[in-house]
Design a binder for this molecule. Sequence first.
Ligand code: B12
Length: 223
Amino acid sequence: MSTLKQLAEAVENGQRNDAKLRTQTLRAEGRKSLEIIEQGLVPGVAGIGEKFNNNEVFVPEMRIAARAMPEAMPLLEPLLAPAGIKPKVPAVIGPVQGDQHDIGKNLVAMRLKGANFGVVEVGPNVPPEQFATAAKEPNAAVGALSALLTTTMPALKAAVLALRAAGSTTVKIIIGGGPVTPGFASEIGRRRLPSRCGQRGGPRPATRRGPASSMRPLREYQQ
Ligand code: B12
């Protein structure tokens, strides 16, 4: 028997093995993958962020807690992105230059895979030209970029410009990360994409015509 709260605490305290075991137990007890992520793993990471904010812990503790997440995620990913489905829309995703935060990016990548995108993951800390190179070969239709630091937000714009300069004028861009606001998105030229695009229920399978958008509560923007 394990609870989502106990899982969150295990992540927050950086207890990797415990986090993994609790994730396994919750799955075995019939909890849905998304429920485990959204109500167990993510609150655990948010909890350590709160403590960091209040100067109760410092970077080393935050780093230890962050490592608990990749222990648990591989147990859930196959359930969100079923095997044997040929991805329809190529997408490239990564945190921008100077940004090491990739937990949220990994979650978004999982959701994109689950919605039938062929996801190329790069980074973290991805220079603009690396985005362009990564997008070229699969002829990516979607560029998904993140910045978790106020100081790396300008790199979002540089990455978008690089993707466009590489010749992909039709690439759809979605950006995300804590400090990203609708105001910033329009400042760098994005048009806001409604969070669920009028859809009901879970992710819509991707089509060649563009990205599905149902990764609530992600902040999503499209140019
Ligand atoms: C874990 C963590 C770290 C880990 C990162 C490990 C890793 N592999 O990711 C480590 C310890 C390395 C770290 C380092 C630092 N961190 Co830090 N970190 C965090 C923390 C606690 C959690 C981030 C996280 O993973 N959250 C959980 C995920 C699920 O949420 P998320 O990332 O926001 O993702 C969601 C959305 O943003 C969005 N999203 C995310 N990515 C994408 C991508 C796309 C395409 C889209 C559409 C959406 C999207 O969807 C996700 C799901 O909803 C936050 C605090 C917080 N509460 O956010 C601080 C925080 C982001 N860090 C902060 C700081 C200051 C730092 C350091 C500078 C600390 C230091 N002095 O060294 C360094 C910077 C390192 C660097 N160069 O990047 C500050 C940033 C302040 C600011 N506004 O600039 C925060 C907010 C802490 C704080 N309260 O002060 N950090």
